[in-house]
Design a protein around this ligand. Structure first.
Ligand code: PAN
Ligand code: ZN
Length: 197
C-alpha cells in the first residue's frame, strides 16, 4: 500500500489515469432492478451486454485521514428512456462527504438524503461538485455522444452502502424524452415512513 507521496497524470482524451491499482467495470448485467423500465432492461440484455461505467482507483488504506481518489467514466447510452448511470450509494459512514470534478462530457449528479430531500446538480467540464455528508449520489451521463468523466475524492473510511438504492432507486429518474432531458418522479420510490423496516 502506498505510504509515500506520489504523482500521476490524467489523460482526459482517453479517460485514463497513468497509474491506478484497481479497475472496476460495471456491465448492464450487473445492474438488475436499477433501471426503472424493467422490460426494456430485460429486452436489451437479451441483445447485448454493454459496459455502462468504469472506475479507476488508486488503492490506499481505507481509514479516516486517507483520501481515496480516482476516475469515474460513465459511457453514453440508455435503457429504455433512462440514461446510463452509476448504481449510486450512501457512504456507510454517513457523515463523510465527497468532491467530484468533471473533466469531460455532460451529465448530472442525482443526490438524496435518508430523509428524502433530493438535489440534482449539473456536471460539465470544469464543474466542481460538493456532495455533503449524508447525501447518496449517482452520476448520470446525459450526453449520448461522449463519456462522462469525473475525478472524485472521498475519505478513506467512508465505505459504500448500496442497500436502499438497489431496492428502490433514487427519488428522481433522469430520462431522455424525445431528445430532452427530464427529471421524473420514480414510481418505485417510497418515503422513509412508508418503507418496511
Ligand atoms: C465513486 C463511485 C463511482 C462508481 O468512486 O464509487 O463513481 O459509482 P458506484 O459506486 O455507485 O457504482 C464514489 O462515489 N465513491 O465514494
Ligand atoms: Zn461516494
Amino acid at each position: 500500500m502506498r505510504n509515500r507521496p506520489f504523482t500521476f497524470d490524467i489523460s482526459i482524451a482517453d479517460a485514463l489515469l497513468s497509474t491506478y491499482d484497481h479497475h472496476i467495470e460495471r456491465y448492464l448485467s450487473d445492474m438488475p432492478g436499477m433501471f426503472a423500465d424493467t422490460a426494456a432492461y430485460t429486452a436489451q440484455l437479451q441483445q447485448e451486454n454493454p459496459l455502462l461505467y468504469e472506475v479507476y482507483e488508486i488503492k490506499l488504506p481505507e481509514v479516516a485521514g486517507e483520501l481515496l481518489h480516482g476516475l469515474s467514466v460513465v459511457h453514453p447510452g440508455q435503457v429504455g428512456d433512462e440514461y446510463f448511470m452509476t448504481k449510486g450509494h450512501f457512504h456507510t459512514v454517513l457523515a463523510t462527504a465527497e468532491v467530484y470534478y468533471c473533466l469531460k462530457g455532460e451529465g448530472v449528479m442525482v443526490m438524496e438524503t435518508p430523509e428524502g430531500d433530493w438535489a440534482v446538480e449539473p456536471l460539465r467540464p470544469g464543474s466542481v461538485l460538493y456532495v455533503p455528508p449524508r447525501w447518496a449520489h449517482r452520476s448520470v451521463n446525459t450526453g449520448l455522444a461522449d463519456d462522462l468523466v469525473t475525478f472524485f475524492v472521498y475519505p478513506g473510511n467512508a465505505g459504500h452502502d448500496y442497500g436502499t438504492i438497489e431496492t428502490q432507486g433514487f427519488r428522481k429518474l433522469v430520462l431522455n424524452r424525445r431528445g430532452e432531458t427530464q427529471l421524473v418522479d420514480n414510481p418505485r420510490w417510497l418515503a422513509p415512513e412508508e418503507r418496511m423496516s
